[in-house]
Design a protein around this ligand. Structure first.
Ligand code: ADP
Ligand code: ADP
Length: 219
């Protein structure tokens, strides 16, 4: 099982790049935010609980988050490999992931941090539009061919409730300190790479793929 982790603050480009990597490498894109939103849309008790955190821009407690991820990791479509997007987001989540992977005889191969300054994050999130299937657009940097419609499936694009400016500020205020714990965790393990996430989307993808190919040769 090949395991990659994409790290970065909200709006850094994790979802955008995770889609490219999953496609290029034939592995599963596993986004904790997408799993929470699916539970919320399905109206499950778990989704109702998660929603109280997402609405405030707060992190969902580690125990709930880890349980959801470990369950998903056990499913057949995850066995070839996984690119994590948005998980882990705290030191304890990073430790729980290490333990879950150790049980499967594997470990995180690369943790890739997409480095983007805060002012740019706020700009990107306020102009982010998504299709209900998760394809990501940006009205400034990555617009759809037809305004308001997904290039892939023609579905109507929507904005996320938590991309409103006040929730974006709450997310940045609450989620950066724990994220830096995760960065330190992988730096100590020696598998952290930092990529300049301010470059155009294809240049960021090229940097990541170059890094992985070098990793392949060294392995
Ligand atoms: P973004 O991609 O903009 O960073 P996500 O879709 O990853 O946002 O996450 C949306 C929300 O879901 C977060 O603001 C948080 O409330 C919750 N969430 C996602 N991943 C985690 C996680 N690993 N731990 C705790 N909460 C999470
Ligand atoms: P995350 O999952 O880290 O929150 P996304 O992949 O959803 O980030 O990207 C956030 C927004 O920024 C989206 O509107 C996306 O189209 C846009 N975006 C992603 N990467 C770049 C980039 N390299 N340059 C400019 N805009 C980008």
């Amino acid at each position: 099982m090949r395991v990659l982790v994409l790290l970065g603050p909200p709006g850094a480009g994790k979802g955008t790049q995770a889609k490219v990597l999953a496609h290029e490498l034939g592995i599963l894109h596993l986004a904790s935010g997408d799993l929470f939103r699916a539970e919320i849309a399905a109206g499950t008790p778990f989704g109702r609980e998660a929603k109280t955190y997402l609405d405030r821009g707060a992190l969902v407690p580690d125990e709930l988050t880890v349980r959801m991820i470990v369950d998903r990791l056990s499913q057949p479509d995850a066995q070839a490999g996984v690119v994590f997007d948005g998980f882990p987001r705290t030191g304890p989540q990073a430790e729980a992931l290490d333990a879950a992977l150790a049980k499967r005889g594997t470990r995180v191969e690369h943790a890739i941090y997409l480095d983007v300054p805060t002012e740019e994050l706020v700009r990107r999130l306020s102009s982010r539009w998504l299709c209900p299937e998760g394809h990501v657009y940006n009205t400034m940097a990555n617009p759809p061919r037809v305004p308001g419609e997904c290039d892939h499936d023609g579905k109507k694009l929507i904005q996320r409730d938590d991309d409103r400016p006040e929730t974006v500020r709450a997310r940045l205020a609450q989620q950066l300190a724990p994220l830096y714990e995760v960065v330190d965790h992988y730096r100590e393990q020696g598998n952290l790479s930092v990529i300049d996430g301010t470059q155009p989307i294809p240049a960021v993808s090229a940097d990541i793929l170059r890094l992985l190919r070098v990793g392949d040769r060294a392995a």
